[in-house]
Ligand binder design. Structure first.
Ligand SMILES: Cc1cc2nc3c(=O)[nH]c(=O)nc-3n(C[C@H](O)[C@H](O)[C@H](O)COP(=O)(O)O)c2cc1C
Length: 338
């Protein structure tokens, strides 16, 4: 068990925060499959203070998702601290400061990974939030801005001095974005001197690999991002490849319905948001490509569901055909024998 301040986390593999992915519907599914805690998508502190409904709605969650960490980003100290105060009544267990987003429109304005270039400000943000809310404050960082500015040691020291309760580390620099390979040796280096729990992250492709990373680099927990899309099985000891299509189908329908419920809208907005999940759910299965493309293009929920259930019929038909063929074979064999 890991303790982030006074918050207990049971388990050591969890879903990484992902904008457009780690919303309440998917967090619930991954928690059921074994993800250790919940991390929201990152939310703009400016938008929180503007009272933007869509942004604040990203913090909706269900009790079963606890412990839940609300992730925020921003470049202005006062805005970040005030936004943290504003969301505290929604009762998160942890508030996390994003210091890793590499997207230019975030990092080039001083938020996200931009904070890696202004560590004193990041420290003030952690301290400011900590003094304004009663929950533990954490941060998610990268190793540095670029190869020439690997300042993770300084980042960790400043964040710790500012009272951070845990640090998640994506083992890349900002300039790498998602290219190259995550540097787990540096993550291990951080763990060797850090005084707070360290959550390692980057390129983990299976549950076993997560466990290996914990063993080898002694991190307290591993976060899995991209490989967890359409694959909640990654948080359990069962590989997705062992799941029957019927099981995948059940999760797909459950996930879609939860999204439709979470994003109520007359024009099937939830379905459109679900597309990226769907493409990943059927990845690695025999699901026909043309049918997948058709389903990814339709804006009609009825059509989507109809195409999906037709596939089930086709599958059943395929099984029936096999049985009938076998019967004929047996029959013929029998006749020949006679
Ligand atoms: C679609 C997408 C959205 C992401 N959004 C966030 C985010 O909101 N907050 C954050 O801290 N990291 C975000 N990340 C980064 C991931 O949490 C993670 O650090 C990164 O993908 C590396 O882990 P992986 O190799 O397991 O994917 C995002 C990544 C992806 C692919």
């Amino acid at each position: 068990m890991i303790k982030v301040g006074n918050v207990e986390i049971k388990g050591d593999v969890a879903l990484s925060p992902m904008a457009g992915i780690s919303d309440s519907p998917y967090r619930r599914i991954t928690r059921r499959y074994g993800s250790a805690f919940s991390y929201t998508e990152f939310v703009s502190t400016e938008q929180i203070l503007l009272g933007n409904r869509k942004s604040i709605d990203m913090f909706r969650f269900q009790e079963m998702e606890r412990p839940i960490s609300f992730q925020i980003f921003g470049s202005d100290l006062n805005t970040v601290v005030e936004a943290a105060k504003r969301i505290a009544p929604l009762k998160p267990d942890i508030i996390d400061l994003n210091m890793g987003c590499s997207v230019a429109k975030v990092s080039h304005h001083g938020s996200g990974a931009g904070l890696l270039r202004n560590l004193p400000l990041a420290g003030q943000m952690i301290e400011g939030i900590r003094k304004s809310v009663s929950v533990p404050v954490t941060a998610k960082i990268r190793l540095g801005w670029d190869e020439k500015n690997l300042n993770y040691k300084e980042s960790v020291h400043i964040l710790q001095e500012s009272g951070v309760s845990a640090i998640s580390v994506h083992g890349r620099t900002k300039s790498m974005a998602y290219t190259g390979k995550a540097d787990w040796n540096s993550i291990g280096d951080i763990k060797s001197f850090a005084k707070v729990p360290i959550f390692g992250n980057g390129d983990v492709a299976s549950f076993e690999e997560a466990k290996d990373k914990i063993k080898k680099y002694e991190v307290d927990l591993v976060l899995i991002g991209r490989k967890a899309i359409g694959n909640p099985w990654i948080f359990s000891e069962r590989d997705k490849s062992s799941a029957s299509f019927a099981e995948i189908k059940k999760v797909v329908i459950e996930h879609l319905l939860a999204m439709l419920d979470f994003y109520p809208n007359t024009d099937d907005y939830g379905l459109i948001l679900f597309r990226k999940h769907f493409a990943k759910y059927v990845e690695g299965t025999n699901f026909p490509k043309d049918l997948k493309n058709q389903m990814l293009q339709t804006e009609s929920l009825n059509m989507f569901l109809q195409l999906f259930s037709n596939y089930e019929e086709t599958e059943t038909n395929a099984k029936l055909e096999t049985i009938e063929l076998n019967d004929i074979l047996n029959c013929e064999t029998y006749l020949v024998d006679v």
